[in-house]
Design a protein around this ligand. Structure first.
Ligand SMILES: Cc1cc2nc3c(=O)[nH]c(=O)nc-3n(C[C@H](O)[C@H](O)[C@H](O)COP(=O)(O)O)c2cc1C
Length: 313
């Protein structure tokens, strides 16, 4: 699996918190200050560097770290982020720091936080001078936005996943079809606002669509209001060298067309007349697959990343 290291500095914890949240979403990952950096992290696949802005500049420990480690950093894909009250200050620093490295694949200026009563004497005095220069009193400011951090982490995750050694898409498609055909039960996850639901349910896979036959239930309460769904199909865990599981993202609809309904019933090996004579409605949910993320140890044994992704049109 691609491993990520997030190297950061932080005086009052906002950059540290950001580094931690990024590591949670980008995992397997570790976040560390420049002094905690270990040589073994140089083998990691994706490097993120983050700094707060103080008096218009990134912390010197960050720039020093980059200069001292430039030779191996230039072999890596790097993402940079800043934490500051003024996004403009963040962007200006990111543009300066980017010039030091060869492969900066992403930059992001994120909002910071200022709590006057937490500042040490040195920072408090520095801020007073800064306030005088600006000609205005400084108060507490909170520009930290967790949703921005989460969205950036997801953006980086997609970017990182694009950098991997890819299995040919035709071969991946046949591996996926084989896996889906050899299994018959999935966990269907639906949601609307605060309501979430995971449903174990039998499925059939035909030509880029998943079909689910259902008498009804709470999953429909979600799907009627939000047709975005996720499905998981997986084998029981045995060892870390024998992983096989799929996360499917797609859009759900209920089949209304009678001919299509009958065709799917027949494909499932059932008799449409029998189903139609049943005393209750049987509904077919059709999931148009948009993306499959397939974690399969077999890919690793063949020299590829164990997690391969297939996007559907
Ligand atoms: C002394 C001082 C100077 C600062 N200078 C700037 C600045 O020049 N531009 C800016 O946007 N934010 C500035 N900030 C705000 C910090 O970037 C913000 O508080 C950030 O969240 C700190 O991150 P940390 O908690 O990880 O140290 C300053 C804060 C202090 C205390």
């Amino acid at each position: 699996m691609q491993r990520t290291v997030i190297i950061y500095e932080s005086e009052y914890g906002t950059t540290e918190k950001t580094a931690k949240y990024l590591s949670l979403i980008l995992g397997p990952a570790i976040y560390c200050k420049t002094t905690e950096f270990k040589d073994e992290y140089k083998d990691f696949d994706f490097i993120i560097i983050g700094s707060p802005v103080y008096s218009g500049k990134f912390l010197t420990k960050i720039t020093e770290f980059i200069n001292e480690n430039i030779s191996w950093l230039n072999e890596k894909n790097i993402a940079l982020f800043s934490i500051s009250l003024s996004i403009k200050d963040g962007i200006e620093n990111l543009m300066e720091i980017e010039k030091l490295m060869k492969n900066v694949v992403s930059k992001k200026a994120l909002g910071g936080k200022l709590e006057l009563n937490k500042l040490n004497k040195k920072d408090s005095d520095a801020l007073k001078i800064f306030s005088k220069q600006l000609g205005m009193e400084m108060g507490d400011v909170n520009n930290f936005n967790l949703e921005d951090v989460v969205n950036y982490a997801l953006q980086l995750k997609a970017l990182k996943e694009n950098l991997i050694a890819k299995y040919s898409s035709d071969d991946l498609e046949s591996e996926i079809e084989e896996f889906l055909s050899n299994h018959n039960t999935c966990t269907l996850s639906t949601s609307f606002k605060e309501r979430v639901r995971s449903t174990p349910i039998e499925y059939n896979y035909f030509n880029g669509y998943i079909y689910l036959l259902s008498e009804g239930g709470e999953k429909f309460a979600n799907i009627l209001l939000n047709n975005n769904v996720s499905l998981a199909v997986y084998e029981d865990y045995t060892t870390m060298n024998n992983l096989a599981g799929m996360q499917i993202t797609g859009k759900a609809s209920i089949i209304e067309n009678k001919e299509e309904y009958r065709e799917i019933i027949e494909k499932k090996g059932l008799n449409p007349e029998f189903i139609e004579r049943m005393p209750v409605n049987m509904n077919i949910l059709k999931i148009k697959i948009e993306k499959i993320e397939f974690l399969y140890s077999k890919f690793k044994k063949m020299g590829y990343e164990p997690k391969q992704i297939l996007e559907f049109d």
